[in-house]
Design a protein around this ligand. Structure first.
Ligand code: SF4
Length: 322
């Protein structure tokens, strides 16, 4: 190749700045686009992997299941439906998906958005219309939070719909951060070590509720909703204030995450590594039966020790016990 085709002098910053600005910016644009596409693909893979893992770990979906996917019009439930459809296409088992939305007759609820979206997607769906909004407004005094009655009514209706459509599983769009928030709400305000189960049986014993997004971080769902341009329906239509305690817990966790990146992840992992013998609940561990066995107990003496803590990365090498 003729070396004159290659400029042997390195490009200075100034040269970079003035060098054929049009083609350069085009190049940058292409690189940015390629980078974005790579990131999006990584995110999609992560979401599929995390949802798939939850399904397997908790045996959420089985052969022949008819899964009722509860769709509110928020980013989480859109994300859940989207990922479940992807997994359905390649799952080693057959299962059905039916999207269900409850139109609670909140003022200004755009009731055309979900049917249009779901029809375009080619997903089976059912829209249940029940004016719970009026009931809640009538019963709850002005200024009080509406959510607890509202969700109780919604739950009852969704269980009935599940029976009517023959659903064997009811999928809700709670994610990892919802689970963490609930854990701290119970810890701070209810005196319980309790979060949100990934799978449970309804109190009437007739329905199995699953949370396929249990392993998924909220920030990933926010990003996925932007990428996929889901037609989000605002959740503030009911006019209810966000629960103050939940907001406080959410802010606290965000602050922690800023100072100690990875803390949410650690806390979430901790929920999957419970050691009942090192808590104080006699219903979970039979302390009365503890006695010398004469055999080696590998876990025995560590009960006296300060736990060995890993070095936090990357924010600090100092372990902070808050
Ligand atoms: S935010 Fe509104 S729609 Fe949602 S549970 Fe509360 S009252 Fe019901």
């Amino acid at each position: 190749m003729n070396s004159s085709w290659i400029d042997p002098t390195p490009l200075t910053d100034a040269a970079l700045a003035t060098e054929t600005p049009e083609s350069d910016s085009l190049d940058q644009e292409k690189k940015k686009l390629a980078r974005e596409q790579r990131e999006n693909l990584k995110l999609e893979k992560r979401l599929c992997r995390q949802v798939g893992q939850a399904i397997v770990d908790y045996n959420m979906i089985e052969e022949g299941d008819r899964v009722m996917v509860c769709l509110s019009g928020g980013k989480d439930s859109y994300g859940m439906l989207d990922i479940l459809l992807k997994l359905q296409a390649r799952a080693p088992i057959n299962f059905e998906i039916i999207a269900v939305n409850l139109d609670q007759k909140q003022p200004g609820f755009p009731d055309h958005i979900l049917p249009e979206y779901l029809t375009k997607l080619g997903v089976k769906f059912h829209i249940e219309t029940q004016d719970t909004y009026s009931i809640v407004k009538r019963v709850i005094p002005e200024g009080k939070t509406l959510c607890s009655l509202c969700s109780r009514l919604r739950r009852g209706i969704l269980y009935r719909v599940a029976d009517e459509i023959g659903a064997t599983k009811i999928a809700l769009g709670h994610h990892r951060d919802d689970i963490l928030h609930t854990f701290f709400l119970n810890l701070f305000f209810a005196g319980k070590l309790k979060a949100m189960p990934p799978k449970l049986v309804s109190s009437d014993g007739n329905h199995v509720v699953i949370r396929p997004l249990a392993n998924v971080a909220e920030k990933d769902l926010i990003r996925w909703a932007e990428i996929k341009e889901f037609p989000i329906i605002p959740c503030s239509l009911c006019g209810s204030q966000e629960n103050l305690q939940r907001k406080q817990v959410s802010n606290m966790l965000s602050e922690w995450e800023k100072k100690w990146p990875g803390r949410r992840e650690n806390m979430f992992t901790a929920m999957q590594n419970v050691v009942p013998s090192h808590l104080l609940d006699s219903a979970q561990f039979d302390f009365k039966a503890v006695c010398a066995t004469g055999k080696e107990e590998p876990e025995g003496d560590i009960g006296f020790d300060t736990p060995e803590l890993p070095v936090l990365k990357p924010a600090s090498n100092v372990i902070q016990i808050v």
